[in-house]
Design a binder for this molecule. Structure first.
Ligand SMILES: [Zn+2]
Length: 350
């Protein structure tokens, strides 16, 4: 595993590679971007490339330094999070923890033990305590030679601005669905159709795709698709009844069940959108239900499909705001019935 094997992220890798090629290495980098897109992986491979004794500007994966970093044993690479050191907010750092950071900082003033560069990986940087931040800031103001700080964060606005201003920013973006699919298929052995569905629901994050997979979010996708499709033609009492049954079918925790329904509603919305624009049915994410999807698409047309996408997105945001799952399902059912032309009957029968 070297930098070249970090998926997607051509731009950030370009920044790191040109630094390696020119030998102009910043004293501190801040890797910013959504979770699960390869920031920590890229940071680790960068530290390997900096210390690799092979030649080629990237990690060789074979030399003693590369192997030592892979094993987490490299004496010049400090990763406090890996050693469960609490220099983060929300936990009370013990004296021992403070001493630990102090020890790292004091060791940075000496030459590297084994490699060419000493590196400190701070992740997630937004949770550093003020005390730790100030200690780091002091070092970063007068950086010891051959030392690289790597701060990893999802949003730079939540990191101490004085620290941010000392770092060269390297921005990471969500991965493409193809990258996530390839990862799941090649590295995790996920069957391709499932991998495509997970990737589509992953928002470009491998972490999120793996989380969906481990929760079995798509295990009951066909039941959920049938439920959602049935809502287009359901009266209000039917919608309430079916929603309740769907929630209990999906498990004890209503919120999790609603998350599953939201994820699949997003996939369905996308498929209806694709079907209404004439996409070949074998390309649909929910290809097992292609006929129903084509049927809905021909009824609701592109305009209905667009509304459905907006509804699925709103449902997702509602979950993010911690709204009541049953209320959200009520909203989803009403919206689908509205799109399917059952909105009026809703009012009469409800
Ligand atoms: Zn090497």
């Amino acid at each position: 595993m070297a930098l070249i094997r970090v998926r997607g992220q051509a731009r950030p890798l370009q920044v790191l590679r040109s630094g390696l090629a020119s030998g102009r290495i910043a004293g501190a980098y801040m890797f910013v971007g959504p979770p699960g897109v390869g920031k920590v992986l890229a940071a680790t491979q960068f530290v390997k490339a900096l210390n690799c004794v092979g030649n080629g500007g990237d990690a060789c994966d074979k030399c003693a330094n590369c192997r030592s970093i892979d094993k987490g044993e490299f004496p010049d690479f400090y990763v406090p999070a890996k050693q469960n050191r609490r220099i983060i907010k929300g936990t009370s750092a013990s004296d021992e923890d403070k001493l630990f950071l102090g020890q790292i900082v004091s060791r940075l003033h000496y030459a590297p033990v084994m490699g060419r560069y000493k590196a400190v990986l701070l992740e997630p940087a937004e949770t550093l305590t003020d005390e730790a931040g100030s200690m780091l800031l002091k070092v970063m103001e007068e950086p010891p030679p051959k030392t690289v700080f790597l701060l990893v964060s999802t949003t730079e606005s939540s990191v101490m601005p004085t620290l941010v201003s000392r770092c060269q920013k390297v921005r990471f973006t969500p991965l493409s669905e193809q990258d996530v699919t390839d990862f799941l298929v090649n590295e995790r052995g996920v069957p391709e159709p499932l991998a495509r569905g997970l990737a589509a629901a992953s928002e470009g994050s491998i972490e999120r795709a793996e989380e969906l997979n481990s929760k079995g979010a798509l295990n009951q996708k066909l039941e959920v698709v049938d439920f959602l499709v049935s809502l287009f033609d359901a009266s209000l009492p039917e919608r309430v009844d079916r929603s309740g049954r769907m929630l209990s079918l999906l498990g004890d925790v209503e919120r999790k069940a609603a998350e599953t329904i939201g994820t699949i509603a997003g996939l369905l919305a996308r498929d209806i959108m694709l079907a209404s624009s004439g996409m070949d049915k074998s390309r649909l994410l929910l290809a097992e239900r292609a006929d129903q999807i084509l049927d809905v698409a021909s009824r609701v047309q592109t305009q209905g499909a667009l509304k459905l996408c907006a509804v699925a997105a709103e449902f997702h945001r509602g979950l993010g705001r911690n709204e009541n799952p049953r209320n959200l399902l009520h909203y989803l059912g009403n919206s689908l019935a509205g799109i399917g032309g059952m909105g009026c009957r809703t009012e009469n029968t409800g």
